[in-house]
Design a protein around this ligand. Sequence first.
Ligand SMILES: [Zn+2]
Length: 248
Amino acid sequence: MPSSSASRTYRAVGVVLRTYKLGEADRIIVLLTREQGQVRAVAKGVRRTSSKFGSRLEPFMSVDLQLAHGRNLDVITQVETKGAYGYGIAADYASYTAATAIAETAERLTDIGETGGAQYALVVGAFSALSRNLHPSELILDSYLLRALATAGWAPSFTDCARCGAPGPHTAFSAPLGGAVCPACRPPGAASPSSATMDLLGALLTGDWAIADASDAGARREAAGLVAAYLQWHLERGVASLKYVERV
Ligand SMILES: [Zn+2]
């Protein structure tokens, strides 16, 4: 059995989803890492001073880490900033609430020990776009939510019928059935979104930003409601921080 210090430490690239207090001076940092999926690790002493170490581990920061295996939680021993997205996001309330909902969703979708490469890339892409105001924040959020759910195995359809595959476009949407539904499959209580809303949803899922950025407020509002319903259907308790997101 190797027992050198090298075997007790490991490196990871990750993004900070959430932090909370531990004891007098420490914090627990919830990270989504590229290599290890979700990791909860201790940052020791970061609340004693305004240490550089601590500020690198604020929510939404992308970091290069060295960790040491601990008995319960691993301990962060080194941290370098890769993308300081937290500053740009914290400067804008709409970006901040969108990022908070993204972080909560990512934490729910990635269980400890699962490899997180694709989910990590989606979160980093969304935080980077929010920090640079690349697109309206609510569109970055809804695009993230659709793509994260699709990556988790729940890809919605916004064209062909999600139940029988009949070619679209269709005029009804059912979250339980997986998106667009044809007249024959349409269950009672299905939504009837506008065609502009269906087009926007499809664009958000595929990352077609020319269409998404050109959408109007009505389609964005309707799309946001359907994305939230779809998310709620798959995540049992829903995502609490969604209700704080500013909508046009
Ligand atoms: Zn059908």
